[in-house]
Design a protein around this ligand. Sequence first.
Ligand SMILES: Nc1nc2c(c(=O)[nH]1)N[C@H]1C(S)=C(S)[C@@H](COP(=O)(O)OP(=O)(O)OC[C@H]3O[C@@H](n4cnc5c(=O)[nH]c(N)nc54)[C@H](O)[C@@H]3O)O[C@H]1N2
Ligand SMILES: Nc1nc2c(c(=O)[nH]1)N[C@H]1C(S)=C(S)[C@@H](COP(=O)(O)OP(=O)(O)OC[C@H]3O[C@@H](n4cnc5c(=O)[nH]c(N)nc54)[C@H](O)[C@@H]3O)O[C@H]1N2
Ligand code: SF4
Ligand SMILES: [Mo]
Length: 727
Amino acid sequence: MKHFRSCNLCEAICGLEIEHDGQRVRSIKGDKNDPLSRGHICPKAVALKDIHEDPDRLKHPVRRTVGGWEKISWRQAFDEIESRLQPLRRKHGNDAVALYLGNPTVHSLGALTFIGSFKKALATKSLFAATSVDQLPHHFAASLMFGHALLLPVPDIDRSDFILILGANPGASNGSLMTAPGIAGRLEAIRKRGGKVVVVDPRRTETVRLADEHLYIRPGSDVLFLAAMVHVILVQGLDRIGELASWTVNRDAFRDAVQAASPAVAERHTGVPAASIERLAGDFARSKSAVCYGRMGLSTQAHGGLCQWLVNALNIITGNFDRPGGAMFTLPAVDLIGRKSTMGNRGRWTSRVRGLPEFDGELPVSVLAEEMLVEGAGQIRALITHAGNPVLSTPNGRKLETALQGLDFMVSIDIYINETTRHADIILPPATGLEVDHYDLIFNMLAIRNVAKFSPALFVPTADRLHDWQILKELSRRLTPPTDTALGWMKHALWRKFVSRWTPARMLNLGLGIGPYGIWRSWAKLRSGLNLKRLKKSVHGVDLGALRPRAPGILMTKNKKIDLAPPVFVERFREVSSSFLSMQNAEPGMFRLIGRRQLRDNNSWMHNSERLVKGKNRCTVMMHPDDAAPLGFADQEIVRVGSRVGAIDLPLAISNDVMPGVVCIPHGYGHNRPGTRLATAEAHGGESVNDITDDQVIDELTGNAAFSGQWVRVSAVPAESLERKGI
Ligand SMILES: Nc1nc2c(c(=O)[nH]1)N[C@H]1C(S)=C(S)[C@@H](COP(=O)(O)OP(=O)(O)OC[C@H]3O[C@@H](n4cnc5c(=O)[nH]c(N)nc54)[C@H](O)[C@@H]3O)O[C@H]1N2
Ligand SMILES: Nc1nc2c(c(=O)[nH]1)N[C@H]1C(S)=C(S)[C@@H](COP(=O)(O)OP(=O)(O)OC[C@H]3O[C@@H](n4cnc5c(=O)[nH]c(N)nc54)[C@H](O)[C@@H]3O)O[C@H]1N2
Ligand code: SF4
Ligand SMILES: [Mo]
């Protein structure tokens, strides 16, 4: 039998064609009829089968006891959570219970439809997410420039003649904040139609192999490169803002802000030759259409916020914003952007210990550990994690690990006992993967074409299993703060009457129905518009067309205009440009650290699939031969990489593909810590790079973790420690 669905493991949402016999998966292939992915998949898709069959995956709640994990019933689990958390909240306040939302949360329809009410029930200001180790600067820039954190422009690569890629490696990651399955073919198509693909990256990546040109850049210095690009364009009069002019404000202030950022200044700090910057700026501005795209490597660095501001600005001043071939907004079938601007959602409260401001309700996860460890009023005493593994994925993971051990209570909603959840008192495992209905609420909003697809569950979980939304709903019900006001009572009654009957399918049906293509949109649409029933009929998904210009109507700033120079950015840029750190005085043995996503990894959690981890050890330190030689290092030798917060020992991979002065280590490894229950992953342990990334090193503007460009020291491993490890 054949089953069609989309893969929800990464942002590419590839269409899958699954052969099965009702019990087991026989094969997983790309669905050629999926309007977006047209048959593309990557090796991870097949691992959906492995996750489904994984004996280490949890299927029932477990409780940690001195004697080990014990199976408990859902009832027992919910009772215990309620009886532990409610008194704690009464005594210490709601903020004493923190919530951390990990990456798969945004890949789950069930979680997304019920996480909002769960957050409301918890009513905590101690809210954290993978956002602040990831795309926070994009939201920050979108909020200040366009009026809403979710107004994220997507590169319209299928119609572009020039793509400038900074700090992204879609060749391995399959794209991010740009849902574009089969990226290699799309980049090739740009080149075939006479266009150009340029990559700026401290490493010669998989994407570089698909590009016309690659420029090395010193990690963390992109802000000056981007500023020099716009500087050249403005000084040489190459800007052609065109009709955008009538709804873009503060253009003079923007011009003033980048006035001093000449290519010569940029060269000194970035290592990119001034002549290359000038040439590139000219090519970009003169191209029929062009788009600048900057992702992880650009966001998780000390100036991530400024970088995303300048990326948007570069697209705007060259007239490549909201027009085909440039950076465009989608018109998704379910539109999650409400009518309320998020512009003021910043700094309404601050973290207790370091005083970092919230953004859109979240605090930077870099402060999570200290908020648990530093004693006093307002201290975090309990934690709920949802689909996250912050011990491996947030900076200074060891410190967080220590902090977790000191908590009064911890709950994890997760499918594995891993490096984080092993510290939980109770783990609640939801159905996942092939067992759930799916519709991509988030990534359809970020896709390079407007598409929609519903994936029904392939295997129905047994009656004793729960979905994430059922777990969240029950927790919300039990953890809603007691109320004694009439309004509160009414709300509660309404909840019981209506909300308790909601399911993800009903919510999706409503979202589709009132959405831009929906059945409830107009009388005419009653016949042809979308609702869930109609969407289900198109098993491969529906194509809703290419992206269309949406401004100025879509803008949510007060004056409905784009702010090219929000004062927050201008001021920060002034500070940064006068105090920029260069690499020139690096001592021998000191390097700038960067990360590395690899095709067969998925952050920290898919290493339990033998098919993905087999083969050569991938958790290595990449170093240029010119750096290795004077230090006397040989290829494959185990070296120690250390920072203020810790040290890890890993094999060296000497390679010409990394820039001199830089070392490159993947994240998401480190599974050989005691106490996990991941057979395969443990064997392929590696070390966690976040044992050495510093929680104090952040983008001061946005609070995002600054993984890229942190200083580390690489040295030989003392002989006695090698012996201890049996190496
Ligand atoms: N040094 C460094 N650190 C990084 C990064 C980097 O590039 N370098 N990248 C950062 C980025 S971009 C991200 S997004 C974060 C990711 O950080 P996290 O989201 O904290 O970590 P993941 O590894 O994605 O862990 C996902 C967890 O979800 C569980 N899970 C999987 N499927 C389901 C499900 O259906 N339901 C539930 N409830 N749980 C599920 C898994 O078992 C796992 O525990 O890491 C960040 N950390
Ligand atoms: N196979 C695989 N795919 C994934 C994931 C995965 O773990 N594995 N994770 C998913 C997730 S959660 C995300 S967020 C996306 C992320 O997807 P991408 O945004 O493509 O992220 P990366 O692949 O980490 O690529 C970041 C690039 O930035 C470069 N870089 C590092 N520092 C700097 C710098 O200072 N300046 C510049 N210019 N470049 C720099 C790195 O060398 C690297 O090539 O991938 C998703 N897809
Ligand atoms: S690229 Fe992403 S969505 Fe596509 S098959 Fe691979 S993991 Fe799944
Ligand atoms: Mo991410």
